[in-house]
Design a protein around this ligand. Structure first.
Ligand SMILES: Cc1cc2nc3c(=O)[nH]c(=O)nc-3n(C[C@H](O)[C@H](O)[C@H](O)COP(=O)(O)OP(=O)(O)OC[C@H]3O[C@@H](n4cnc5c(N)ncnc54)[C@H](O)[C@@H]3O)c2cc1C
Ligand code: SF4
Ligand code: SF4
Ligand code: SF4
Length: 381
């Protein structure tokens, strides 16, 4: 099995194991990893063969890239970026297919992949959830849909898409009815940190969270906010510059270890389409800058190009220069760096309040103290 710090938790090995010798088990940081029951293992080696954690694919050519956004104002304001994902999903449903994407659990403490068959339910998977989602038996169910010739659109992180792709290849399942869509990925935070954080916010607000939006646009697309609506009718909305959970996420305190050495960057996207935020739109395509959310859309395959062309009526988009697009979003090409605080953070997490920890780590006083210490260690003065 691949080294723990490279395992993305994609579940391909668990899905491929015919003897059920592998199970996904949560570790102390809150991430799921495959664990083997040796008494059930028949040494077939399929789990090693399927694992995408170190594989490279070679594409014929680099992706083409477009910038774009939905023409539907409501969709734009309720999506994380340019609202393109929802139109992809609608097209798949209109062809009689099913859509698999990430939704919050009913209690809001976790995220998981679910299947959608009606457009009325698409809101459940709309928007970025800033925690790792559980896949459970999703790959097995997708295999069954494809065997029955039903179209499937799968949205996920690049590592989940790679895992699904490798699983279906190993199982000899034709992918002609499958569309794979991923996104430029900063990394996924620990579900345990999110659960602790939300429970503490619920305690402070003396009310249960009813729904959560990680990319609310009320203070802008770029200065997005975490919005929590509580069951007593109150709500909590804080922009990324102030919210402790979002600050910890963008500061890389509690991402999955594999996110610091991600194998799914540059030419190693397994998807047909990759979506992302066009953060520097005002510099590279000012005529597209709607201020409410503009996406980058990479077409990585002919199937992806054809699928994008179906959106002509719903989406405004135009081709842009590849280098400008990736310059505006370094996570397309590179993994983020592990924060030096990470180990300390997780060592304290079990016993301490996550809000207190984040308050301490995110405070300027703490950071300057650590930086002063680092300067001394490195021999500065
Ligand atoms: C954890 C995470 C990190 C990201 N990092 C970056 C980044 O560094 N740079 C960048 O440009 N864009 C990043 N994105 C993608 C970006 O936020 C938008 O989701 C993307 O641009 C598509 O926007 P949209 O408006 O078209 O669709 P949206 O309505 O945002 O939907 C996109 C799809 O993403 C899926 N999804 C949401 N959360 C998860 C999750 N936790 N795991 C798997 N699938 C999920 C949903 O199924 C949904 O269908 C990230 C997203 C996530 C979830
Ligand atoms: S070697 Fe085969 S039987 Fe053993 S865990 Fe891996 S897939 Fe399962
Ligand atoms: S297949 Fe996926 S879950 Fe299994 S070891 Fe490899 S990366 Fe981890
Ligand atoms: S950064 Fe890489 S390893 Fe981490 S969730 Fe994203 S694609 Fe997977």
């Amino acid at each position: 099995m691949v080294e723990k710090n490279l395992c993305t938790g994609c579940t391909a090995c668990v899905a491929v194991c015919k003897t059920k010798a592998l199970k996904m088990i949560v570790d102390t940081e809150g991430f799921k990893y495959p664990v083997i029951d040796k008494s059930l293992c028949v040494n077939c080696n399929l789990c090693e063969k399927v694992c995408p954690a170190k594989k490279r694919i070679s594409r014929d050519k680099f992706a083409e890239v477009y910038c774009g956004y939905t023409k539907d104002k409501n969709n734009l304001l309720s999506s994380s970026s340019g609202g393109i994902a929802t139109h992809f999903a609608e097209h798949c449903l209109s062809m009689g297919g099913v859509v698999c994407g990430c939704a919050m659990d009913d209690n809001m403490y976790g995220a998981k992949h679910i299947f959608i068959t009606k457009s009325d339910d698409l809101d459940r998977i709309k928007g970025s959830k800033y925690l790792q989602s559980s896949l459970d038996d999703v790959f097995l169910r997708i295999k069954e849909y494809l065997k029955n010739e039903i179209k499937v659109l799968f949205f996920g992180t690049p590592c989940q898409v790679a895992g699904l792709n490798e699983y279906l290849t190993t199982e000899n399942i034709t992918k002609k009815n499958l569309i794979l869509v991923d996104f430029i990925c900063h990394g996924v935070p620990s579900p345990l940190v999110w659960e602790k954080y939300l429970k503490e916010e619920e305690q402070l607000n003396a009310s249960k969270a009813e729904n959560v939006f990680f990319r609310n646009k009320s203070s802008g697309w770029k200065n997005y906010s975490l919005l929590i609506n509580f069951s007593d009718g109150s709500s909590f909305c804080q922009p990324v510059t102030e919210n402790l959970y979002l600050r910890g996420f963008v500061s890389n305190y509690y991402l999955r270890p594999s996110c610091y050495h991600c194998n799914f960057k540059k030419e190693n996207y397994y998807s047909d389409l990759t979506l992302g935020d066009f953060w520097n739109v005002e510099k590279y395509a000012p005529d597209c800058d709607n201020k409410s959310g503009v996406s980058l859309i990479f077409t990585n395959s002919t199937k992806g190009s054809r699928f994008l062309s179906l959106l002509n009526n719903e989406v405004t988009y135009k081709k842009i220069d590849f280098d400008s697009a990736i310059k505006s979003n370094p996570s397309y090409s590179y993994s983020v760096k592990e924060n030096y605080i990470r180990k300390h953070f997780f060592s304290k997490l079990k016993r301490k309040s996550v809000l207190k920890l984040l308050n301490r780590y995110c405070s300027d006083r703490f950071l300057s103290k650590v930086i002063r210490k680092a300067v001394v260690i490195l021999g500065g003065n």
